[in-house]
Design a protein around this ligand. Structure first.
Ligand code: M6R
Length: 369
């Protein structure tokens, strides 16, 4: 049932192009507009939304962090993202016009369920983004947008994450579409790009051998750091989480701009640092800033592992290892940039002799608070 793969995780990583395509299927019409009739929240209600609050745990929380960038950029609706386990204990401000989005692969995560119950008690509408048909979270929500990743067996989330991102982009773009923000043209262009994204994920998968080799060469290390800016920051957090849960290594993700506020003290000779570099096109300020961050850490001895778009030559002089990903609009880059980090963690876990599909101390769905 592992389809010829040694682990479910490898199979699920390989299934990502299909999972992404399936999640888009039937949701973009011939004219390039989105149709999300299944949402069960009317366009009129969506036009009234004045705040979006996302609640989730673990990897799903990272999808939520990325969604915030997309939602605020494409819709101009303020968006907060909160760990579900923290949410109801801080007396959050919720109202009828607040749209709460609960993201969960399993649909059974107790922290997320308790957060959404709290939101509904306060009169907010809850939209679930979920991978498991008929599970508790969608059943208790006002509306649901299913991800179509298929069953995810490995404890470490991979294809569910990519499809959660797709679903979040769909929600953001749909909100933008029904509200008719000034980003209309950009929204259409992004919908076209999204329709191509499965092929780009496939391209990344075809070039992963050097990443596996690199992972094996780091098997005896204790620490790996991850840096990113903008949506690359949650990607860095996700890369670090994958490494913690699979390789049992000290792994931490930082916003690259925070380096000088503390974490740069961790950089010493030979420490591997993975840097997620945004596209040099468009927001070049962001790109320039991260290139100087790479220079800073390399000058202090870091071994730099750079994930950058094809054709980005500015990073070449400072990259000890260069991992190329296809060119995408910055907001969509997490769909391609996360894949090498999944492969990296999986291979490192294998090299360290760890149980890939069933890491120690973890359960696939956490049904206690
Ligand atoms: O089923 P959920 O998406 O609600 O699960 C949330 C987290 O427990 C989950 O993403 C966890 O962090 C994964 N093991 C990460 O790979």
């Amino acid at each position: 049932e592992k389809g010829g793969y040694d682990y479910f995780m490898l199979k699920e990583i390989a299934e990502q192009p299909k999972a992404v395509a399936d999640t888009l299927l039937g949701r973009i019409d011939a004219a390039g507009s989105l149709t999300l009739d299944e949402l069960r929240i009317s366009d009129a209600e969506l036009r009234e939304v004045d705040k979006v609050v996302i609640v989730a745990c673990g990897t799903a929380f990272h999808a939520g962090l990325i969604a915030k960038y997309a939602i605020e950029h494409w819709t101009r609706i303020p968006c907060e993202v909160e760990l579900a386990s923290e949410f109801r204990y801080r007396d959050p401000i919720l109202a009828a016009r607040t749209l709460v989005v609960a993201i969960s692969q399993s649909g059974e995560t107790m922290d997320t369920l308790m957060a959404l119950r709290h939101a509904r008690e306060q009169g907010s509408k809850v939209l679930a983004i979920c991978n498991t048909n008929g599970s508790t979270i969608p059943r208790e929500s006002d509306a649901v947008l299913y991800t179509h990743a298929g069953p995810e067996i490995a404890v470490a989330s991979t294809k569910a994450f990519l499809t959660q991102l797709v679903a979040c982009y769909l929600v953001a773009l749909y909100l933008g579409q029904v509200r008719g923000t000034k980003w209309g043209d950009e929204i259409h262009a992004v919908i076209r790009e999204l329709a191509q994204i499965a092929g780009q994920v496939e391209q990344v998968l075809e070039t992963m051998e050097p990443v596996r080799e690199l992972a094996r060469s780091l098997a005896d290390r204790n620490t790996v750091l991850f840096l990113g800016r903008h949506v690359g920051y949650p990607v860095a957090l996700e890369g670090a989480l994958k490494l913690k849960e699979l390789a049992y290594m000290h792994a931490e993700g930082f916003a690259a701009g925070e380096l000088k506020h503390g974490p740069i003290a961790l950089i010493e000779k030979g420490v591997p640092v993975v840097v997620v570099v945004p596209s040099p096109r468009g927001r070049s300020v962001l790109h320039d800033k991260i290139v100087s961050n790479i220079q800073e850490i390399r000058a202090r001895g870091a071994r730099t592992i750079v994930i950058a778009e094809v054709g980005d030559e500015a990073v070449v002089p400072y990259a000890d290892h260069l991992i190329r990903v296809p060119a995408t609009p910055t907001l969509l880059q997490p769909l391609v940039a996360t894949v090498p980090l999944q492969v990296f963690a999986c291979e490192l876990a294998t090299a360290r002799g760890n149980e890939v599909d069933q890491p120690r101390n973890l359960a696939k769905s956490v049904t206690v608070e």
